[in-house]
Design a protein around this ligand. Structure first.
Ligand SMILES: [Zn+2]
Length: 528
C-alpha cells in the first residue's frame, strides 16, 4: 500500500483517492481484455485462435479435471508459441538499452539517443502519434497473445484490506474506492497476485500487529476457499506455474511492514509456515531494527535486522526493500545471500520521491540478481506534476480529514476507510501511461531487462495513469511495450518472468542453507 497512507511522501499534503467510478472508466479507457468476446477478435487473430481457446477454457473449466486441463494447456501452448506475435517483430534480443529520447519534464536525463529496442522495432511512433485503427487492433491482438503465453505477476495489491475489514468477496464488485476482483484479474490476464498484508503503524503503538497479520492471512485463505475453481493458494514459483496450467490465479501473500513480526524470529517463521513469501522490511515507519525511507534512526539495519534478513534467506522468504531507507537497502544488499525484490517501487531518477530507487541502488540490485517491480501510483511516476496537485487537494480537504482523524482516533481501519471515501471524490488529472512506461525503460537502461517487473500497488494508492488504473488494464502495459519495440521475450520477463526467476533462486538459496523451517534458525527476540 502506498498512496492511501503516503501523506508524508511529498510536501506535507494530505493525499486523496480518485473517484472509483468504474463503469465510467470502462467507457473512457478502452482496455485490452483477456476474456473478451471471441467475436471481437475475429479479423486478425487467426494465429491466436488456439490460445483464445485456452482463455475460453478458463471460463469453462469447472467441469474439467485439473489433470486434463493441464494436458490441454501444454498442447495448446506448444502449438501456439511459434505462431505468435513475436514473428511480426523479429527484433534481435537487445537487453541493455541506451537512453531513449527526450523524457517528459521530470528530473532526469535530456539524452536523446535512440534505443536499440526502438531501432529494431517496426517504424517507431512517438507516443503522441496516433496509430491507425487497424494498426492499433493488430497491436492489441499481439499484446493479448503475448499476455496469454506469459506468466503475469502482480507483486503488490492491497485489496486485502477490505477483504479483512469488510469480508469483501473477490467474486463480487469491489466497494468504492477499491478496484480488484476476480473478474478483473482474469480480464487483465493475471496469473499470480501477492495480497499485501499491510499492517498500519498504529498496531505498533497499540499492540496487535501480529494478530492483525493473522487476520489478513485468514482473509486470503477465505477467498481461496470461496473460489476454488478460480483461485489457488501458492507457496512457490512452481505453484505459480502449476496455477497457470490449471487456469487458476495463484494467490500469494507478502507482509508490508516488518513490525508485523513483533521483533521475533519465531513469529517470522510462523508467518512463513502460513504461506507468507515476502516481507517488506518496513512500511513508512522505522521499526526497532530497520530504517524506513528518509529516516536514519539506526543507520540502516541493526544487528537484529541483519539477522532477520539472514533468517528470511534461510526460509526462502523474499526480502523486500520497498519502503526502506537507502542505507537499509544498501545494508540488505550487503547481507542477503538471495536476490531481493522491491515489490512496489519505481525509479527515483524520473520521480524524485524517497520511495523510489536511485540509480546506484538499481545497479546494485541488478548485481544482486534481484528485481524492481514498478509502482504505478501517479506520485511515484511523476512527482513534479502530481505533488502540487495532491498538495492542493490535501489542503482543500484538510479540515474534513482532521475531523475524521478525531472521530476515529481509536479505529485506524475505519479511519482509513472513511478517509479514502472522502478522497475518492476528488480525483487528480490522470497522467499519460507513457510516463509509467518510461520507468520500465529507465530501469532496463540502468539495471537491465532482467531486473524489472510490475508491482502496481492497486488498491493501495489513489491516483494512477490513464489506462493503468486497475488490474484488468494490465494488457495495456504490453501494448505500450510493443509500441516501444520490446520483444516478446523481454515483455514476458517484465510481466512476471523476472520475478519468477528471483523467487526460484531465493528458494534454491534456502534449500542450500537449511532443510527445515525451524532447524538451526535463531530464536532471537527483542523483548521490550
Ligand atoms: Zn506500500
Amino acid at each position: 500500500m502506498t498512496a492511501r497512507r503516503v501523506r508524508d511522501s511529498h510536501a506535507g499534503g494530505i493525499r486523496l483517492r480518485q473517484v472509483r467510478d468504474l463503469p465510467r472508466i470502462r467507457v473512457a479507457e478502452p482496455v485490452v481484455g483477456m476474456n473478451s468476446d471471441p467475436q471481437q477478435c475475429s479479423r486478425s487473430c487467426t494465429a491466436s485462435n488456439t490460445t483464445l481457446f485456452v482463455v475460453n477454457l478458463y471460463a469453462m473449466k469447472r467441469g474439467l479435471s485439473p489433470f486434463i486441463s493441464c494436458l490441454v494447456a501444454l498442447a495448446i501452448n506448444a502449438a501456439a508459441i511459434p505462431a505468435g506475435a513475436q514473428n511480426n517483430n523479429p527484433k534481435p534480443k537487445t537487453t541493455q538499452g541506451t537512453s531513449r529520447k527526450q523524457t517528459q519534464g521530470t528530473t532526469t536525463q535530456a539524452k536523446a539517443k535512440p534505443s536499440p529496442r526502438a531501432v529494431a522495432s517496426p517504424p517507431r511512433r512517438s507516443s503522441a502519434e496516433k496509430t491507425t485503427p487497424k494498426g492499433n487492433e493488430s497491436l492489441q491482438q499481439r499484446a493479448l497473445a503475448i499476455q496469454r503465453r506469459a506468466i503475469v505477476v502482480d507483486t503488490h495489491n492491497d485489496i486485502t484490506t477490505p477483504m479483512t475489514n469488510d469480508d469483501f468477496d473477490l467474486g463480487g464488485d469491489p466497494p468504492v474506492p477499491y478496484r480488484t476482483n476476480i473478474e478483473r484479474m482474469k480480464k487483465g490476464g493475471l496469473n499470480a497476485i501477492f495480497f499485501s498484508l499491510y499492517i498500519k503503524p498504529w498496531y505498533v503503538k497499540n499492540g496487535g500487529a501480529a494478530r492483525r497479520t493473522l487476520d489478513m492471512i485468514d482473509s486470503v485463505y477465505r477467498a481461496v476457499e470461496r473460489h476454488p475453481n478460480e483461485l489457488m493458494l501458492a507457496n512457490s514459483a512452481a505453484d505459480i506455474r502449476r496455477a497457470k496450467f490449471q487456469f487458476k490465479i495463484a494467490c500469494l501473500m507478502g507482509i508490508e511492514g516488518g513490525h508485523a513480526i513483533e521483533n521475533s524470529l519465531p513469529t517470522l517463521r510462523e508467518f512463513y509456515r502460513l504461506g507468507v513469501r515476502y516481507m517488506t522490511l518496513t512500511w513508512n515507519n522505522t521499526n526497532d531494527w530497520a530504517d524506513a525511507r528518509g529516516d536514519n534512526t539506526h543507520n540502516g539495519l541493526t544487528d537484529f535486522g541483519r539477522e532477520v534478513v539472514r533468517e528470511m534467506n534461510r526460509l526462502g522468504m523474499l526480502v523486500d526493500i520497498s519502503h526502506v531507507s537507502d542505507k537499509t537497502m544498501s545494508d540488505v544488499l550487503d547481507v542477503s545471500k538471495a536476490p531481493v525484490i522491491a515489490s512496489h517501487s519505481s525509479a527515483r531518477a524520473l520521480s524524485n520521491v524517497q520511495r523510489n530507487i536511485p540509480d546506484d541502488l538499481l545497479k546494485r540490485i541488478a548485481k544482486n540478481g534481484g528485481v524492481v517491480q514498478v509502482n504505478f501510483y501517479s506520485l511515484f511516476v511523476d512527482q513534479k506534476t502530481v505533488a502540487p496537485q495532491a498538495d492542493a487537494r490535501g489542503e482543500k480537504l484538510r479540515a474534513q480529514q482532521e475531523a475524521l482523524s478525531t472521530k476515529y482516533a481509536n479505529d485506524p481501519e475505519r479511519l482509513a476507510e472513511e478517509s479514502d471515501k472522502l478522497e475518492a471524490q476528488y480525483p487528480l488529472p490522470p497522467l499519460p501511461i507513457s510516463k509509467l512506461i518510461d520507468h520500465i525503460d529507465h530501469i532496463v537502461e540502468v539495471a537491465g531487462i532482467d531486473h524489472v517487473g510490475l508491482g502496481p500497488d492497486f488498491d493501495g494508492a489513489n491516483d494512477f495513469p490513464q489506462g493503468a488504473r486497475d488490474v484488468s488494464m494490465l494488457p495495456n502495459i504490453t501494448v505500450e511495450l510493443l509500441k516501444r519495440g520490446y520483444s516478446e521475450q523481454d515483455i514476458q520477463k517484465i510481466l512476471g518472468g523476472n520475478f519468477l526467476r528471483v523467487f526460484s533462486q531465493a528458494e534454491m538459496v534456502a534449500r542450500k542453507m537449511s532443510r527445515t523451517i525451524s532447524g538451526g534458525g535463531s530464536t532471537r527476540r527483542i523483548n521490550r
